[in-house]
Unconditional design. Sequence first.
Length: 105
Amino acid sequence: MYELIKELLASVWNTIKKIIVKVLNFFKNIVSWFKEPSRLRKIKEDKNKMAVVIKEKMQNGDYEVINVLFDKNESEILDAEVISAGDIDQETHNKFKDKDMVILN
């Protein structure tokens, strides 16, 4: 599933909102994005909608974190946001551990 989502992201990369922060905060930058009322409603109403977060450490040491609202039945990205950060907080580090992707719901 990770590879499928990355391929789909590549196809819509230029249309995704991108933000830059110094230190990514798990609750402020990730959880709050999925708690936005229309996204949260989609996740709660349809078990085929997934809250997916992808983390990638760049060659320069910075991070890119991508919040993705994904429909697994349609293999479609419904919404996404890219966050570029110089570092990640401890909570984000703990959630990902050695993984590139976490599913929040």
